[in-house]
Design a protein around this ligand. Structure first.
Ligand SMILES: Nc1ncnc2c1ncn2[C@@H]1O[C@H](COP(=O)(O)OP(=O)(O)OP(=O)(O)O)[C@@H](O)[C@H]1O
Length: 313
């Protein structure tokens, strides 16, 4: 029933040796049971933020609480609650799936629990491969092994750093399904991604990081509603050289060398939209401007992200 955040990041800054500021005063609370996607361009600080939260890199200032445990002063308690699936595939080639996953559990000082390892392997469809050496697995299975290793010690929180970098579309969908199932089993998921599609598909909330600053944290749906605009494009029968005064109040733009009119409106206000469009069409008719066809589109998360990163550039 606890509403306390499962992770609290408070005024976290990180300067690497040489003075480069990779994180600047980052504040972030992760809610229990959510899927949180951290989006940002290359070098924005995503991996640094994850590494500091997991206790692999020391912060310069600020603090991180994992389930209330300070991740420096109470490192073991904090770290035990976290599973980390790293970006790169650095599995030992000749070890078996079963052994490598069991070994990962041992690293956290947890006693052997074959039933848990079996459950993890089954949930990741690796059970049939448990006796295989890692070298004999496909790339997708190797990624699943990394997830299995991260889950071996029963963490409440799972970090996935670029879980689908470089994998094909089918495997990506597969991975999304795995992540969803994990969330449904009660694990809090934090993933970093370059793929906006991935955040759009998976996340409950999205954080955008840019040059070490968290520039935005928002519910995905709210973000898309808030920043999403809709466009109505009318393809004209006859091109216009300029916008007629009679249409000035609609805030239109001419496009396609005068062959199209573009009307932008807020995706949040369906009633106002309809009224606005009706008035626009009436004014067009009164001005004798005919159109051949019309279509509407809504901005995607990708466009929202690009505009956010640009806006703050
Ligand atoms: N050990 C280090 N020493 C100095 N600078 C570092 C170190 N590690 C990372 N950086 C710098 O910190 C910045 C953030 O790097 P980070 O790996 O956190 O970014 P990222 O958002 O994960 O990028 P990517 O999407 O490319 O993985 C980069 O400019 C990087 O060069």
């Amino acid at each position: 029933m606890s509403e306390s955040p499962v992770i609290a990041v408070e005024r976290l800054s990180k300067a690497y040796a040489g003075g480069f500021e990779a994180l600047r005063e980052v504040n972030l609370e992760i809610r229990r049971g959510e899927i949180f996607a951290l989006l940002g361009p290359n070098g924005a600080g995503k991996t640094t933020l994850i590494s500091v939260i997991c206790g692999l890199v020391n912060a310069t200032s600020g603090r991180v609480l994992v389930d209330g445990h300070d991740n420096v002063r109470d490192f073991r308690a904090a770290r035990q609650r976290i599973g980390l699936v790293p970006q790169e595939l650095t599995n030992e080639a000749f070890v078996t799936v079963w052994d490598t996953v069991s070994f990962s559990r041992g690293l956290f000082g947890k006693g052997k629990d074959p039933a848990h390892i079996e459950a993890v392997l089954r949930s990741l469809s690796l059970w049939d491969k448990r006796h295989n050496r890692l070298i004999t697995l496909s790339g997708g299975m190797k990624r699943r092994v990394l997830i299995a290793k991260a889950l071996a010690h029963e963490p409440e929180i799972l970090f996935l750093d670029e879980p689908t970098a470089g994998v094909d579309v089918e495997l990506r969908r597969d991975m999304w399904e795995v992540v969803r199932q994990l969330r449904d089993s009660g694990v809090t998921i934090i993933l970093t991604t370059h793929y906006i599609e991935e955040a759009e598909e998976m996340a409950d909330r999205i954080g955008v990081i840019r040059r070490g600053e968290l520039v935005l944290v928002e519910e995905k749906h709210a973000l898309m509603r808030k920043l999403g605009s809709k466009e109505l494009t009318l393809h004209l029968r006859e091109p216009l050289a300029t916008l007629p005064d009679a249409l000035a109040r609609h805030g239109l733009a001419l496009a396609e060398e005068g062959h199209a009119l573009v009307y932008t409106y807020d995706a949040n206000e369906p009633d106002e939209d309809q009224a606005g469009i009706a008035e626009l069409l009436a004014d067009l008719e009164a001005a004798g401007i005919g159109f051949k066809d019309l279509h509407t589109r809504q901005s995607s998360l990708e466009e929202i992200f690009v505009s956010l990163v640009k806006e703050t550039a």
